[in-house]
Design a protein around this ligand. Structure first.
Ligand SMILES: Cc1ncc(COP(=O)(O)O)c(C=O)c1O
Length: 297
């Protein structure tokens, strides 16, 4: 055995001893609330993000088949090198309309979206201030971004966030990044407080609302990320799909006054078509783009 193989074998042994060695569970049915799992039979799944049941929705499956037949299995390269497919552009236009943003960009996963968005927003003088319980993809994204400084504040500790913001140079770009709904704990980010602090210190708030929009509190205006949001969260098509829909819920006065919240724009607008109204009642915006707001850079 080479040294590397020996080291890996030892590491794997330690994982097995610690009970943390992971194996895949093999699905023998589509993902859903109840699945067929190899060797286990029928199993109730409580851990997926398939909030809207789109993973095996007949319309989604049919559209997938049609897309495969018409366009094949992919562009076989980066979309800006070899070309992109018309349906992707159409999807992005729809997503932008839905979220009332100038444009939307889709990614194959939210991990990708975070790794694209955070470095793009970061320059060499940026300070990134991140909740300690943020999702691993945000942590990776911050590493990739290589900001001038990173600060991790204790989970939802607004005092620590305030201190971190105060310690920044006034002219420095400041990004405050948070999950909207924390993926491990399930608790909500204190977005109204975060936004107030961000406004006071001219920082930009970036929210990964993977588990918020559509899953918590009804429409987007009531979702954690948009209730008082000045920046939209990152997303992927898959993730967006998980998050859309939810029954309308009351909009607070604070939310109605938020200038950058698409949903509030909707509330104010009287010229929406019936289709768009219906869509929005059922669908949530993808949060795939960043809308400049009062605290934006
Ligand atoms: C908050 C959050 N962001 C990002 C991700 C990564 O998402 P994806 O599986 O689409 O890459 C997850 C995964 O569940 C998540 O919980």
């Amino acid at each position: 055995m080479t040294a590397l193989r020996e080291e890996i074998a030892t590491e794997l042994g330690s994982l097995r001893d610690a009970g943390t060695y992971k194996r895949f569970n093999t699905l023998e049915s589509p993902q859903g609330p109840v699945v067929e799992m190899a060797g286990r039979g029928e199993v109730i799944v409580l851990s997926s993000n398939n909030y809207l049941g789109l993973a095996d929705h007949p319309d989604v499956v049919a559209a997938g088949i049609e897309g495969l037949q018409r366009y094949g299995a992919g562009t076989a390269s980066v979309r800006f090198i070899c070309g992109t497919f018309a349906p992707h552009l159409e999807l992005e236009r729809e997503l932008a309309t839905l979220s009332e943003t100038e444009a939307a960009l889709t990614y194959v996963s939210c991990w990708n979206a975070n790794e694209a968005a955070v470095p793009t927003l970061t320059d060499e003088h940026t300070v990134i201030i991140s909740d300690e319980l943020n999702h691993a993809s945000i942590i990776d994204a911050v590493r990739l971004a290589r900001p001038e400084r990173k600060v991790r504040y204790a989970h939802s500790d607004m005092g620590e966030l305030r201190d971190a913001l105060r310690a920044c140079d006034r002219n420095q770009r400041k990004l405050v990044i948070t999950d909207g709904v924390f993926s491990m704990e399930g608790d909500l980010a204190k977005l109204p407080d975060i936004l107030e602090l961000a406004r006071a210190h001219e920082a930009t708030v970036v929210v990964d609302d993977s588990h918020g929009v559509g899953a918590v509190g009804g429409p987007v205006a009531e979702s954690p990320s948009t209730s008082a949001s000045s920046a939209r969260s990152t997303s992927s098509p898959a993730r967006s799909a998980r998050r859309w829909a939810g029954p309308p819920a009351a909009t607070s006065h604070r939310q109605r006054r938020c200038a950058t919240c698409w949903r509030n724009g909707r509330a104010r607008s009287s010229s929406r078509t019936r289709f768009r109204r219906r869509s929005r009642a059922a669908l949530q915006p993808p949060c795939a783009s960043f809308a400049p707001g009062p605290t934006s850079w």
